[in-house]
Design a protein around this ligand. Structure first.
Ligand code: SAH
Length: 346
């Protein structure tokens, strides 16, 4: 039993079960604060760490829309949860080739990853949340595997109606339990008559981020890309998972020592952005989107300059785009300010 597990156990023993959202938020804050979890030696690998092509195509997408909107001079590059800074490095390099040299802003709470980002991007400015991002200038915002790390709330249908799904104690073990407050009022229409045991997951934190991003785009111009694994149609079921050393582990067994994530409900986020007045450019499957942006041509060009890496480049394209790999599991949602043009690939 680790220290965070003991803290949770004491808290639950003293005051009763805690929400899944509380458990996920505290666990991930502890998890990210102290380590770099990315890469083959870590717990998981993300698209920008697989190949430079990912960040390059995102950089081209941002440069293209900013140039067509006439905002290439003034726009800032903003990344939410930039990890090792790899995506930003690749994106900013290709943006520079098209004449864009934006100010760089990172929203990051992890001291460990912040230090790695600082070494890679000494000129960047850091923020704990979106509230301190610059005002009055268009923002080009990227968030890859950021929303999935934010805490989800879960409701469970019991014999006596909907309840919040919580974390309780069985001996020393942390276990999911149903709360005792009726939660009917929190269930969106259409999900009422679900069978007993059904779980309904929502992410108030992801909704808040998308609402803030959309409001910024409307107020000051810009565009945003949210890339994550998720679904385009809201559905029942728990997608909460814990990953450690590239394997799924029990969500409740190693608090703060595994990456807790949940699928992003893109269908729920679109109306939230639109309600602020932002343009929804589309939600595409990652594989189709990267192909539309020309990943095949980029791979050929890279293979021409580094023929010895041709096999690796082909394998990376496969991993990023194939339906049985990241191609259909991951989705890309594009948003823009009203009056901004359509985004490539949607
Ligand atoms: N985008 C990177 C890293 C993904 S991991 C990549 O694709 O490789 C998730 C990132 O989000 C990490 O940088 C983590 O420290 C950061 N993060 C997680 N929760 C956060 C929060 N609540 N606020 C800000 N950053 C957060």
């Amino acid at each position: 039993m680790n220290e965070l597990h003991r803290v949770f156990a004491r808290l639950i023993a003293a005051t009763g079960p805690i929400s899944i959202a509380h458990y996920m938020a505290e666990s991930n804050a502890r998890y990210y604060a102290a380590r770099d979890p990315l890469g083959t030696d870590g717990d998981f690998v993300t698209a920008p760490e697989i190949s430079q092509m990912f960040g390059e195509l995102i950089g081209l997408w941002l440069a293209d829309i900013a140039l067509r909107a006439g905002a290439a001079e003034s726009a800032c590059y903003v990344e939410l949860g930039p990890g090792r800074g790899t995506l930003a490095r690749d994106a900013l390099r290709v943006m520079a080739r098209t004449g864009l040299a934006p100010e760089v802003h990172f929203v990051e709470t992890s001291p460990a990853l912040g230090a790695i980002q600082r070494a890679a991007h000494p000129q960047a400015l850091w923020h704990q949340d979106l509230s301190t991002l610059p005002e009055g200038k268009p923002l080009l915002i990227v968030a890859n595997e950021f929303l999935d790390a934010l805490p989800v709330r879960q409701l469970v249908r019991t014999g006596s109606g909907w309840r919040e799904r919580m974390v309780g104690l069985a001996g020393e073990a942390l276990v999911p339990v149903a709360g005792d407050q009726p939660m009917e009022a929190a269930v969106p229409g259409g999900f009422g008559p679900a069978p007993e045991g059904a779980i309904l997951e929502t992410s108030p934190a992801a909704a808040t981020v998308v609402r803030e991003v959309a409001a910024r785009l409307v107020a000051q111009g810009g565009a945003a890309l949210f890339i994550d694994y998720g679904h385009a149609v809201s559905q029942l079921g728990s997608t909460l998972q814990a990953v450690r050393a590239h394997r799924k582990v029990d969500v409740f067994a190693c608090a703060g020592e595994a990456d807790l994530t949940a699928h992003v409900d893109f269908a729920a986020l679109v109306p939230i952005a639109q309600a602020q007045g932002a343009r929804w450019l589309g939600t595409a499957l990652q594989g189709a989107w990267l192909q539309a942006l020309g990943i095949a041509a980029r791979a050929q060009a890279l293979a021409r300059t580094s023929p010895q890496a041709e096999g690796d480049i082909r394998a990376a394209v496969q991993r990023l785009t194939a339906p049985e790999e990241m191609g259909t599991l991951f989705m890309v949602m594009g948003l823009a300010a009203p009056g901004w043009p359509d985004g490539a690939g949607f």
